[in-house]
Design a protein around this ligand. Structure first.
Ligand code: DAH
Length: 342
């Protein structure tokens, strides 16, 4: 018996000192100690020669020995397999894989550019609902009941409620901001608008606009012109020329449309400006006294100007995009081309 115990101790020392640098050596260990013809099996077989009254005590010693060998094998296995695992060959000094970065949508880029110029002039950004009621989209803006813009052909109405529609312009935000009753107002209102148009390369049933509004005492048409002049110079450069053409909008009086000298050809005439040298960019005017009144603002005390411009067209011109549908198709090959700081 004593001999067997000594033998086990010797094996244990051997096992403890066993070192394996690769999986092959670990396997050799398994065969030598834990294999069917291995040492552990042989030692266990000795139990039958142990006198009956010592069997329990010996059984325990043998069992511990077996577990000792098994645990050693497990640790050999995991240390050698991690050495051979492919990750162990990684050169930690190599630069990392680049993280794929998203890019901003060209409409967002253009919107941010427009909005940030007005923010520098103290205009505060605000947004309004895309599902709007008749009052804020039409009536309060002086668009009378039979105005052609209200036509089913032009406007998407919401089936559940005949008073609801998808806003056809961002001018609804003007009304909502004026109704809040806090004056003066200097705001810039970007957003998505909807019109019942046939989708083609040039027009879509939804697009984006930026609305501007300035209401205070003594606001004049000169303020409107200077503000917009500042905007186009920031947007298109110091050499740009502007021209105001008389126009008509029911919510402004007088109304105008503003053109800028074509920033593609410099005013000489090209396909973009249809050989005229001018590109139309926005509608504007002095807020109609009736509109002020509709929002409980005294037109004898306050005056103001408003303007509205599309985002798609300047974005298409800036980035050379020839089909408006590309903006909403979410083709990653298209989207990932646009990068900018804002
Ligand atoms: N709401 C007009 C449109 O959708 C754009 C517009 C024109 C807005 C003149 C204005 C404005 O605020 O004064 O075409």
């Amino acid at each position: 018996m004593e001999q067997l115990l000594e033998q086990i101790e010797t094996y244990k020392k051997e096992i403890k000192g066993f070192a394996a640098t690769d999986a092959k050596a670990a396997e050799e260990f398994r065969i030598k100690y834990l294999g069917t013809k291995g040492i552990v099996k042989a030692v266990m077989a000795e139990l039958k020669n142990v006198p009956h009254e010592k069997k329990k005590e010996f059984g325990q010693v043998l069992n511990e020995f077996k577990i000792f060998a098994e645990e050693k094998f497990e640790s050999l296995k995991s240390s050698t397999s991690s050495l051979e695992h492919p990750t162990s060959n990684i050169d930690l000094s190599l630069p990392g894989d680049p993280m794929p970065l998203g890019s901003r949508h060209p409409i967002t880029l253009m919107r941010n550019r427009i909005v940030s110029i007005f923010q520098r002039l103290g205009f505060a950004i605000a947004e309004g609902p895309e599902i709007e009621d008749d009052w804020h989209n039409f009536t309060a803006l002086n668009l009378h009941e039979h105005h052609p813009a209200r036509d089913m052909q032009d406007t998407f109405y919401v089936q559940q409620n005949p008073d609801w529609l998808l806003r056809t312009h961002t001018s609804n935000v003007q009304i909502r901001e004026m109704e809040k009753g806090k004056l003066p107002i200097r705001g810039i209102y970007p957003g998505r608008v909807y019109r019942n148009e046939t989708v083609s390369a040039r027009s879509h049933c939804f697009f984006h606009q930026v609305e501007g509004l300035y209401i205070d005492e003594n606001v004049s048409f000169a303020d409107l012109k200077q503000t917009l002049y500042f905007f186009v110079r920031e947007m298109y450069g110091k050499d740009v020329r502007v021209r105001f053409r008389p126009s008509y909008f029911p919510f402004t009086e007088p109304s105008a449309e503003m053109d800028v000298s074509c920033f593609i050809c410099g005013g000489v005439g090209c396909n973009i400006c249809k050989k005229t040298g001018w590109v139309e960019i926005l509608g504007c005017g002095m807020v109609h006294p009736q509109v002020l009144q509709n929002c409980h603002i005294d037109p004898n005390k306050y005056t103001g100007f408003a303007f509205g411009m599309g985002i798609e067209r300047p974005a298409m011109l800036k980035y050379g995009i020839n089909d408006i549908r590309l903006f909403s198709e979410n083709d990653v090959r298209f989207l990932k081309q646009f990068t900018s700081a804002i």
